[in-house]
Design a protein around this ligand. Sequence first.
Ligand code: SDX
Length: 427
Amino acid sequence: MGEQAKISVGGMVTDNAVLKGSVGPDVIDIRKLYAQTKMFTFDPGFTSTASCESALTYIDGEEGVLLHRGYPIGQLAENSSFMEVSYLLLNGELPTAEKLDNFTYTISRHTMLHEQLMQFYRGFRRDAHPMAIMCGVVGALSAFYHDSTDISDPQHRKISSHRLIAKMPTIAAAAYKYSIGQPFVSPDNSLSYTGNFMRMTFGVAAEPYELHPAVEQAMDRIFILHADHEQNASTSTVRLAGSSGANPFACIAAGIACLWGPAHGGANEAALNMLREIGTPDKIPHFIERAKDKNDPFRLMGFGHRVYKNYDPRATVMQSTVREVFDALKVDDPLFETAMRLEELALSDDYFIEKKLFPNVDFYSGIILSAIGFPTTMFTVLFALARTVGWVAQWNEMISDPGQKIGRPRQLYTGPTQRDYSPIGNR
Ligand code: SDX
């Protein structure tokens, strides 16, 4: 018998198996704890809880390490492509050239949207936040694909996954076009996945669309950096929704809704708005003091992370990508200087050092996306576009686990104990 964790409570001692992964913290298997002790564990933010077993992504928060199927994010960002990383997440191994071509071709054949689905956009106000549109339109996909919602069928799971990965760029680009009153641009499958998205977003029928290679590469790299990230809030939402047997389109719509929050994927939009509010470097000390003030709800957006207590390796890549995009587009946004100065001052402040608050993936992304021409309201949409492959990979991993069951946490009840109803005249 392997290592056991003894839990002694209520005059009882339980032996709980210690399970070991391939790397990272061991876990204490408490699946039988309630049956043995009639007690629950209590961990509202899941700070000490492993919700599942996974082979997709490993994060070492202390060391600032992020691996996708064992490959470091820095190496993937430098050498791979979003299509190749998508294949890796879904299939577990880097593809041969032929397998990558076949995968890319398959994805390209699902980029179009049903014409009836395009009508959904017209129901929104032009100034609707595009994340609201994404929640609605992605959830509505389940109304169009009755041919592939049997989640117990691996083929249905596969085509649904491919449809979601392929259609997110088209849906996202259409949300942007709708917001600016321009006609939708149909996919051009002769382009790369990222090139197709950029043309659907910024191209117009009236003239040819030229995409700077450095910008295409930067966007593809940004998609890689956002592809998957272990059991974060939105991925856990997708898993929990999927555990009930809900169809994949509804599950991804739930993930999009969760990602929208400013504490999660909405932080990229909030971080750029914060930098704009700060304006010039001389205002930074005032905002750092506000971030440290317990009575002030203000936080430095783009800083801190539940897992990373070191530099987020994605932020490192993001910062170097800012310079590449600025050089390519010959832009010089003073907010980049403000961001770097803010990082420098925050990381030398005892409060941030003691609480191990470093810039995360969202701190620099907004500066790049703004330089490329995206409005801040589109930033989290781009995060959702890229994270869809991670969500569907995690969903597939969960559904195909033979031990999978519906997620159903319990609680510590602190409400009134039983009491009798009193007629209104007696109250
Ligand atoms: C993403 O989980 C993932 O993997 C997410 C993500 C992904 O790829 O899926 O990486 C993407 O969501 C990145 C995080 C983006 N969010 C932000 O940048 C928003 C600002 N950050 C914070 O809201 C916060 O850091 C969180 C939400 C990211 C993490 O919160 P935790 O782990 O619950 O930590 P906490 O809120 O308990 O903070 C610990 C302490 C607190 O002080 P004390 O109560 O201990 O005195 O640090 C302080 C917090 O007040 N703190 C901050 C801060 N973040 C935490 N203080 C000032 N500014 C901040 N940004």
